[in-house]
Design a protein. Structure first.
Length: 372
């Protein structure tokens, strides 16, 4: 979901993105800030209030970004690559390629964000205190930014996974018990409980007429409950897959197809008869790309007799692939994040097989049924 959005550059080599939902919250916050400034400072013009609203929201999102960056930088220092940081409607998220392998690393990583917010809050309040007399404008925005950063730190320290506080709690339990799965279960159950509590408080607020805050709180609660439940499910799946390699599960008998074959021919002669979903496109022993059901669905049916496989395929250069030695837990993560169904398995520049979501799912279901 969070792979969509627009790129806004890089910081410390990490790509930064804005998810579409971010724009909604940016407008809402700017609008409500401008409205509040106008009421608190009746002598301000409408333009001043709007400018103050925009500046404050931009600095607020810069603060959220700094919070996320601090998580990412601690992760990178511990050798965990960060794919990107995305700002979305509920804040920021760092997309890690893998989870920390030691509780100590997770502890430091999780704590870095709230500490950064706390320090930023302190800086803004210090500016408010020392420079507040110089300009009412600075005074107004720094006061709000100071408290919102402190509130951000406090909310994130709530010990429900996947909030930072929940990660701190999980790392401590994990440190003590050396049992990651059990620690995650406890921390994410607390996360779900807090989610339900926020939904309950939100609904209560709606009943008391404070429906904007109530709705917002209920929405955050719902999101937290979902994130907590799915991160535990994800971990349980990864637990089953971890330690197994792509080469154990991949399909080796991929049938190849020539680029000049038409889509119609491919569908009639190969797909409908074999039930396979994807085919490496090969010419003169060279892999040009991959054509999948997904690619074919992108071509209008009336063009099938004329369009060739070579035109509709995904070229090799644009393909995400895995090596046969890759861990299956990582493969699941890639499939989920990229929202794709299969990946070509590549060794020395050649496609030697395919690994599909179906393969992983049947592997998981057999193992969990047998309790292995
Ligand atoms: Zn955080």
């Amino acid at each position: 979901m969070l792979t969509e959005g627009i790129s806004i550059g890089k910081a410390f080599g990490i790509p930064l993105r804005l998810h579409y939902s971010w724009f909604i919250v940016f407008v809402l916050i700017t609008w409500s800030l401008a409205y509040n400034f106008l009421h608190t400072y009746p002598q301000w013009s409408l333009a001043t209030s709007i400018v103050a609203g925009v500046v404050t929201s931009l600095l607020f999102f810069a603060s959220v970004l700094a919070h996320e960056l601090s998580h990412s930088l601690v992760a990178q220092a511990a050798g965990i690559p960060i794919q990107s940081i995305t700002l979305f409607i509920f804040g920021g998220v760092s997309q890690m390629v893998e989870e920390p392998k030691q509780p100590q690393v997770e502890f430091r990583m999780a704590l870095a964000g709230p500490l950064t917010s706390l320090v930023l809050g302190g800086i803004f309040l210090a500016i408010w205190y020392w420079l507040g007399g110089v300009s009412e404008f600075i005074k107004a925005i720094c006061f709000w930014l100071g408290w919102i950063n402190i509130a951000l730190a406090a909310f994130n320290l709530v010990p429900g996974f996947p909030l930072d506080g929940g990660r701190v709690l999980r790392s401590l339990l994990w440190w003590q018990s050396q049992d990651l799965r059990r620690s995650t279960r406890i921390a994410s159950n607390i996360g779900r409980g807090i989610g339900y509590l926020l939904i309950f408080i939100g609904i209560a607020l709606i009943f008391f007429g404070n429906w904007i805050n109530g709705l917002w709180l209920a929405f955050i609660g719902w999101f937290l409950e979902n994130a907590a439940a799915s991160s535990y499910r994800q971990l349980a799946l990864q637990d089953i897959l971890r330690g197994h390699r792509v080469s154990e599960l991949m399909i080796r008998d991929c049938s190849v197809v020539l680029p000049q074959v038409t889509i119609q021919q491919l569908v009639n002669d190969q797909i409908l008869t074999s039930g396979r979903r994807c085919f490496p496109v090969v010419q003169n022993d060279r892999v040009l790309g991959l054509i999948t059901i997904h690619d074919i669905k992108g071509v209008p049916r009336e063009q099938w007799p004329a369009k060739t496989v070579g035109e509709a395929m995904t070229p090799f250069a644009n393909l995400k692939s895995v090596s046969p030695d890759e861990d299956l837990a990582t493969v699941l993560k890639i499939l989920t994040e990229q929202n794709i169904n299969q990946l070509p398995v590549v060794k020395d520049g050649n496609i030697i097989g395919m690994i599909a979501r179906d393969n992983l799912l049947s592997f998981i279901s057999v193992r969990s049924e047998l309790g292995a």
